[in-house]
Design a protein around this ligand. Structure first.
Ligand code: IDP
Ligand code: MG
Length: 138
């Protein structure tokens, strides 16, 4: 599982028309796209996905945002995929993200920051299974 991670192109980036640009960057960085689909989460589904954050003050805003418009969910493959994808995304707050990262380029704020990435192999497996069946991983 160490070579897989779970990624989302969040509603802000989809709405802004940056889906294609972000997929191009994923491709250029050498990730293999194992699965991808567009979907519009319900607030309940967003709450399930972000359940670890339910006590945080931003939880209601986060789940409302994540269910506000369609997003693109993906399974990415690369050596040490979790770290590689987090490096490409950059810091959670786009204002603090390094030049050349996706959140620096496409993120607007700490909440609306264009992309999601798993933070561990264990959570990658859980997040992949939340959105995809084994049969959907090519
Ligand atoms: P990560 O996405 O870089 O792993 P987490 O701390 O896991 O960051 O937070 C999950 C998501 O919650 C962030 O990507 C962002 O959309 C949102 N978020 C995190 N911290 C804040 C905050 O302080 N205010 C508003 N939204 C936040
Ligand atoms: Mg996180």
């Amino acid at each position: 599982m160490g070579n897989l991670t779970f990624a989302i192109i969040k509603p802000d980036a989809v709405r802004a028309g940056n889906t294609g640009n972000i997929i191009q960057r994923i491709n250029d960085a050498g990730f293999k796209l194992r699965a991808m689909k567009t979907l519009h989460l319900t607030q309940r589904e967003a709450e399930g996905f972000y359940a670890v954050h339910r006590e945080r003050p931003f939880f209601a805003g986060l789940t409302e945002f994540m269910s506000s418009a369609p997003c693109v969910v993906m399974v990415l493959e690369k050596d040490r995929a979790v770290k590689a994808w987090r490096d490409l995304m950059g810091a959670t707050d786009p204002a603090k993200a390094d030049e050349g990262t996706l959140r620096k380029e496409f993120g607007a704020s700490v909440g609306e920051n264009a992309t999601h990435g798993s933070d561990s192999d264990e959570n990658a497996a859980i997040e992949i299974a939340y959105f995809f069946s084994q049969l959907e991983l090519v």
